[in-house]
Design a protein around this ligand. Structure first.
Ligand code: SF4
Ligand code: MG
Length: 320
């Protein structure tokens, strides 16, 4: 395994201003010290409830949001130190697929124009070559040349996400960051889009970061999965270990909410209690202590370190 992307201690703190002078009075720790590596050709799933910082993390990797602190290294380039124009060139190699393809596709542009756009932005190909690539990509994602002159509203949700995926592939990227790419789709369509993404990964040797709010969606597509809670990664492991032997009480709770297809398989149901606390006023110590059935006094005082408990299996919890 060869790392493609390395993320070290990534943080995003948004200031909260207050008082008559509008000075920063505190900050929301949207992402608070996240570290992980993504290897070439793998899919890393990143899972957590809304507000856990998973989308902000995804956007910081492409510098669509600038990090407050930390390092992102893509191959041998440290993205956090690049100028905007240098960063623009890198975006050819890192592309994003968004949750709501309708919101991310310009409704006044034909599919042809939408797909051509990334090539124009990066000055790639002649007009003829660009058009050929559009038609090639439409076929690759299961649409056809016949769709090139149509507008986004003329497609179903699933077809629109195929267009979003085609657009991400136009510049032949190495890494795709997919932020809840199937969450807005009907369950019956979700698996078609997931299968397409898996086929494309094999065919074009893509590396994926797949962001989702539930562990069920990423199970079959991910080689490794990271679980986030209130701006921190609380567990990271290869998928098999994470699903068979989750260590963190939060992961255990998330998993007990996932339907289990095998009726002989019994997992103690342990539903999440309480609401997710506000990231502007997170609990002390382990931020999960307000919802954790195993919390003790030390959990309220001391922040658990993110440690390698077994080879390749990381967890941030005082139980280990
Ligand atoms: Fe629960 Fe304590 Fe572990 Fe946090 S550190 S998850 S509160 S047992
Ligand atoms: Mg999100």
């Amino acid at each position: 395994t060869e790392p493609l992307l390395k993320v070290e201690n990534l943080k995003k703190h948004f200031p909260i201003t207050g008082g008559i002078l509008g000075r920063p009075v505190s900050s929301v720790k949207a992402v608070d010290g996240v570290s992980f590596t993504v290897n070439k050709g793998e899919t890393l799933g990143i899972v957590g409830e809304s507000g856990c910082g998973k989308s902000t993390t995804g956007r910081m990797l492409m510098r669509l949001i600038d990090p407050s602190e930390g390092k992102v290294t893509f191959e041998d380039r440290e993205l956090t130190s690049l100028s905007n124009s240098e960063m623009r060139k890198i975006r050819r190699e890192i592309q994003m697929v968004f949750q709501d393809p309708y919101a991310s596709l310009n409704p006044r542009h034909t599919v042809e124009k939408i797909l051509e756009e990334p090539l124009k932005v990066h000055g790639m190909g002649s007009a003829k070559e660009r058009r050929e690539r559009v038609h090639e990509l439409l076929n690759i994602v299961g649409l056809s040349s016949y769709h090139a002159k149509r507008y986004p509203h003329q497609f179903s949700g699933g077809q629109r996400q195929r267009i979003g995926i085609a657009r991400a592939l136009m510049t032949k990227p190495k890494l795709i960051i997919a932020d809840e790419p199937v969450s807005a789709l009907d369950v019956s369509i979700q698996s078609q889009v997931l299968n397409l993404m898996q086929d494309l990964q094999k065919e074009f040797e893509l590396t994926y970061i797949f962001i989702a709010h539930d562990l069920g969606v990423v199970r079959h597509i991910s080689d490794r999965v990271g679980v986030m809670y209130l701006g921190k990664m609380v567990e990271l492991s290869d998928s098999e270990n994470l699903y068979e032997e989750p260590l963190h009480p939060y992961t255990q709770a998330l998993l007990s909410a996932v339907p289990i297809p095998d009726p002989d398989f019994k997992r103690e149901t342990q539903l999440l209690q309480g609401d997710i606390p506000s990231p502007s006023n997170p609990p002390s110590g382990c931020t999960f202590h307000t919802r954790c059935p195993f919390a003790t006094d030390v959990c309220k005082e001391k922040v658990p370190e993110f440690k390698e408990h077994q080879p390749g299996h990381y967890v941030a919890c005082h139980l280990y």
